[in-house]
Design a protein around this ligand. Structure first.
Ligand code: ZN
Length: 289
């Protein structure tokens, strides 16, 4: 694959906003013009915001939200700010830089750091996190939502992981068989179709569904209630549940799935024009039902 520079002419400022309301930190993705598509710049800004919330003793609970009509359309596969060939300092892993590396080394290293590594790091944040979701929550958007402890969805929210269309067996943070039953995970992936907020709640993937115009207030109210509990007990409780999920196989399943994911990228690179089988944001959106 080519290593053409993708650095935008004008770097975007404030891809993530950080605000605080009492004991609640609110981290908001802020690329609404691109449906909050995540480039590396945004991922690192998210990480900096989560770290800030973790280090602030006044903060008890963290809310993750998206500015605009949509939570997140996924990883950036086509905006002017796409930056997949750019290196940034490693935060989640100890891997070397991916820039200029050939073959699978490039994608494997980059996605370990920015996708799997970051989501795992955020899942382990020792304060409760709540994803507040409206509109699209697609592919890479799911990874952010699933890394959070609770998910509150607006009634207009919808969820999909359509990457099988790219020849890829699900997004890098492979929590599908844990976010829903294994049988439903297969349906969700095989079809790549949207499920709406009501269905997502029915299958246990989201905690609550609220009217769109009440989403921010309901999420904040819930966060404040949780924030009244003892800080250390919340951290221990979160750890206890996360440990249980890992004993059920979450972590090992993700590592195994990551190998298959990278096999698919390599296969795409061997048989098509790039590691995404020539798909981009436009072609992916076209077939989404
Ligand atoms: Zn990937």
């Amino acid at each position: 694959m080519s290593a053409a520079p993708e650095t935008p002419a004008t770097p975007e400022a404030d891809t993530v906003r950080y605000t605080r309301d009492g004991a609640v930190a609110i981290v908001t993705m802020n690329r609404p013009q691109y449906r909050n598509a995540q480039n590396a710049q945004m991922t690192l800004a998210l990480d900096a915001a989560f770290t800030r919330a973790m280090q602030d003793d006044e903060v008890r609970v963290v809310v993750l939200a998206g500015e605009g009509k949509h939570f997140s359309a996924g990883h950036d596969i086509g905006t002017p700010g796409r930056d997949i060939h750019r290196d940034f300092p490693r935060v989640a892993t100890q891997f070397w830089n991916h820039e200029g590396k050939a073959g699978s080394e490039n994608i494997y290293v980059r996605e370990q750091e920015l996708y799997l590594g970051m989501c795992r790091r955020w899942r382990e944040l020792p304060k409760p996190t709540i994803a507040s979701i409206q509109g699209a929550c697609i592919a890479g958007g799911l990874m952010l939502a699933w890394a959070c402890d609770l998910i509150i969805a607006a009634d207009d929210a919808f969820f999909a992981d359509p990457v099988v269309k790219m020849g890829i067996p699900g997004v890098e943070y492979f929590a599908h068989p844990f976010a829903m039953s294994p049988r439903l995970a297969k349906e969700f992936l095989f079809l790549g179709e949207k499920i709406d907020a009501a269905r997502a709640r029915e299958i246990g993937m989201v905690n609550r569904v609220v009217p769109r115009d009440a989403l921010a207030a309901e999420t904040l109210a819930l966060a404040k209630r949780i924030g009244e509990m003892p800080r250390f007990a919340l951290a221990l409780t979160k750890k206890a549940v996360n440990q249980a999920e890992d004993r059920m196989g979450l972590r090992d399943s993700m590592d195994a799935a990551y190998g298959l994911h990278q096999l698919a990228h390599a296969h795409n690179s061997l048989t098509s024009e790039d590691h995404l089988a020539g798909q981009d944001a436009r072609t992916m959106a076209k077939g989404l039902k």
